[in-house]
Write a new protein. Structure first.
Length: 548
């Protein structure tokens, strides 16, 4: 079964218009719905819920709530007015329904007057009798249900006329009058009784008795009349010639203190409203006669209290906060408590006034405050991050992604835990978060081996620098002289072996010999010079003679 606000379990929707015993078949179910439900304690309740889609419907429900405040009811349990939830909760009524009372042939005069006054208050709130479920408790009308319907004043008068006509019909029952108690009958005088026989001289009083009776009956009355005359004369003298007193100064005092001070000074007080914006509301801004004036005691002193005329609260819903402040300031009012709320209604922009208290049209004193409820836009999606400590990095990374968060910071820390184990997280586990917020993880790594201690090189002795010995130089043997061939005799070409050279000098060059007389150069070995580092002698490589 569906639940409303998580508290009221909706059982079923009442068929028809309202579900209340109201004879009105013209209501629209699309505007509001009446459902039977249960409260958290399991008690049966009736819920009247308005489907608010437009600003006009929202204004209607605010008027509906103001009417419920003006007509307090013991059957009204709750009234909720916030974006996405506009409803009232009623408990089952008790007492006699108004419809049943109207069918009675005899009606109490006082009950009739009370119903008429109740009808007047309901009409001033903008609703007709057919919109309400009225029950009588102890002869007094009590509101047991009300449905939110927009009606004009002419329609309200027309609908109420029929019910008021039925209220006036039939006989009336006046208030009970006191009658003599049964059995109390004045006894008649019986002839011949004692003291009634005029011829019985024995029972007649004596002369002394008659004289004493005269004094006892006449003298006290005379004294009473004399005292009354004296007191009356004194009262007339006091009234016509009262004592002259000095009028005290009460300017600036609040109305109650000023009235008490004036009464204690021997004057009567009359209060009239006035307006002075520079002074505190409720304080006395004028008095007549003026302070320190001489005035007979008991005379009237008129006090003017700073009580500006009431203002009508303007409509500031669907305005921004700055716009609402400007409108209220121009109307002589101020912004009171400002609260913010998320809404599920996409038609309510962020920063717009969605509700106000007092409602539009309420009469308040000048300078009063108006509380505002501001929309924060659509409620953002929320998520949470479970406890990730002890998990592997890959598992934690997957859970962060599933939670709708962004992992944008991962740091490592030496630990004896297995490498990659999550050691800490931010945000904390199960905290309420907005989708898309960043997350941070701290994972474990194995402790690294400490490097060997560095020796202080400044304390080590300097070693002698030993130059490396040069490599030995191999001197090739001197080749045998090659015979010079006769140019006239052809000589077959024979390869001439070139003696090996261990260290040739690529830069050494020798002039190209004449092909006719190729010279053969034999390098002379240098004299051996004893030295620690022998120098390498230059080596010449003989070139192979060319055959013409």
């Amino acid at each position: 079964m569906a639940r409303l606000d998580g508290k009221y379990e909706i059982l079923r929707s009442v068929p028809g218009s309202s579900g209340l015993p109201l004879p009105n078949g013209s209501l629209s179910v699309s505007d509001f719905n009446v459902s039977e439900a249960q409260d958290p304690q399991g008690a049966a309740v009736l819920i009247v819920q308005l489907n608010v889609q437009t600003s006009e419907q929202r204004t209607l429900f605010h008027k509906y709530r103001a009417a419920l405040k003006a007509l307090p009811s013991p059957f009204l349990l709750d009234v909720v007015a916030r974006p996405g939830a506009y409803y009232s909760v009623w408990k089952p009524p008790a007492g006699q329904a108004l419809e049943e009372y109207l069918k009675q042939p005899r009606k109490n005069v006082q009950t009739r007057e009370d119903v008429q006054q109740f009808t007047q208050k309901l009409s001033e709130a903008g609703f007709a009798l057919e919109d309400a479920d009225i029950h009588l408790e102890g002869g007094l009308p009590v509101l047991a249900g009300l449905v939110p319907i927009e009606r004009s004043s002419e329609e309200i008068q027309s609908l109420n006329a029929g019910i008021l006509s039925a209220l006036q019909g039939g006989k009336t029952i006046g208030r009970a009058r006191r009658t003599p108690a049964a059995g109390r009958v004045k006894a008649p005088r019986v002839a011949g009784a004692r003291g009634t026989d005029p011829h019985n001289t024995q029972n007649q009083p004596s002369k002394l008795g008659r004289t004493l009776r005269f004094f006892l009956s006449v003298v006290p009355g005379t004294l009473l009349l004399a005292g009354a005359g004296y007191l009356g004369a004194r009262a007339v003298d006091v009234y016509l010639n009262p004592k002259v007193l000095v009028v005290p100064k009460v300017l600036g005092l609040n109305g109650q203190d000023a009235a008490l001070k004036m009464r204690d000074s021997g004057f009567r007080v009359s209060v009239v409203p006035g307006e002075e914006r520079s002074l505190k509301i409720g304080s006395i801004i004028g008095q007549n006669p003026a302070p320190d004036s001489a005035l007979h005691g008991g005379r009237l002193v008129t006090l003017t209290i700073n009580q500006p005329p009431e203002l009508s609260v303007p409509k500031v819903s669907e305005l921004s906060l700055d716009g609402a402040k400007s409108v209220l300031r121009d109307a002589g009012l101020k912004v009171g408590l400002v609260r913010y709320t998320f809404t599920a209604d996409l038609a309510l922009p962020k920063g717009e006034v969605v509700a106000q208290s007092p409602e539009t049209g309420t009469q308040v004193a000048r300078g009063g405050t108006v509380d505002l409820l501001i929309s924060q836009g659509v409620r953002p999606q929320q998520t949470f991050l479970p406890d990730l400590t002890g998990l592997s990095f890959e598992e934690a990374k997957a859970l962060v992604k599933q939670s709708g968060l962004k992992l944008n910071d991962v740091s490592v820390q030496d630990s004896d835990k297995p490498e990659g184990t999550v050691l800490a997280q931010n945000p904390a586990p199960y905290a309420k978060l907005r989708v898309g917020m960043p997350a941070r993880l701290v994972v474990a790594r194995l402790p690294q081996a400490a490097p060997p201690p560095r020796e202080n090189l400044d304390t080590l002795p300097l070693a002698q620098i030993v130059k490396p010995e040069p490599p030995p130089v191999v001197v090739p043997p001197t080749p045998d002289p090659v015979p010079v061939p006769d140019p006239s005799v052809p000589v077959p070409e024979t390869p001439v072996e070139t003696p090996p050279v261990t260290v040739p000098s690529p830069d050494s060059s020798s002039p190209t010999p004449d092909p006719q007389t190729p010279p053969v150069t034999t390098p002379e070995p240098p004299p051996a010079t004893p030295s620690s580092t022998p120098e390498t002698p230059p080596v010449s490589t003989p070139e192979t003679p060319q055959t013409p």
